[in-house]
Ligand binder design. Structure first.
Ligand code: 5GP
Length: 120
C-alpha cells in the first residue's frame, strides 16, 4: 500500500496555523481541536502532527514516540471533555470509510447517549 500525503489538506493548514482552530489539547506529536460541525456535545478531532493520511498509514509508519504522543493526546482529550460515561472513537478511512480529510484523525464523540453504531 502506498500512501500519498497531500500537504494542502485542511488539517495540514490547521497544523501550519493557516486556518484557525479551537484547540482542546496539544503536545509534541498531536493536536486536538473541536470539530467545526459537531455531531454531539463533545466532538473533538485528534490528529498527529506528522504527514499521515489514515489510521493504517499512522499505525504502519509513525514512530513509537509519535504513536505514544498521539495516544496520550487521546487520553487528555477524554479527561478534559469529561466523557467518563463513554464516547465513540471513529477513524473514517478512504473511500469506503467516507473519509473527507486526508490527514489521519480520530473523532472523539460523546457527551450524550449515542445510538447503536449498527442496528441490533
Ligand atoms: P472525515 O469525514 O474526514 O472523517 O471527517 C472530517 C471532519 O472534519 C468532519 O467532521 C468535519 O466537520 C471536520 N472539518 C472539516 N473542515 C474543518 C475545519 O476547517 N475545521 C474543523 N475544526 N473541522 C473541520
Amino acid at each position: 500500500m502506498q500512501y500519498d500525503y497531500d500537504d494542502q489538506n485542511i488539517f495540514a493548514k490547521i497544523l501550519r496555523g493557516e486556518i484557525p482552530n479551537k484547540t482542546v489539547y496539544e503536545n509534541d506529536h498531536a493536536l486536538a481541536f473541536h470539530d467545526i460541525l459537531p455531531q454531539a456535545p463533545v466532538h473533538v478531532l485528534v490528529i498527529p502532527k506528522g504527514p499521515y493520511v489514515s489510521l493504517d498509514h499512522f499505525a504502519r509508519d509513525a514512530s513509537p514516540e509519535e504513536q505514544a504522543g498521539f495516544m496520550r493526546a487521546v487520553a487528555e482529550v477524554c479527561r478534559l471533555t469529561d466523557v467518563e460515561k463513554g464516547f465513540r472513537a471513529i477513524s473514517n478511512t478512504r473511500a469506503h470509510g467516507v473519509q473527507d480529510v486526508p490527514h489521519y484523525h480520530l473523532h472523539i464523540i460523546g457527551g450524550t447517549q449515542l445510538g447503536r453504531m449498527m442496528p441490533a
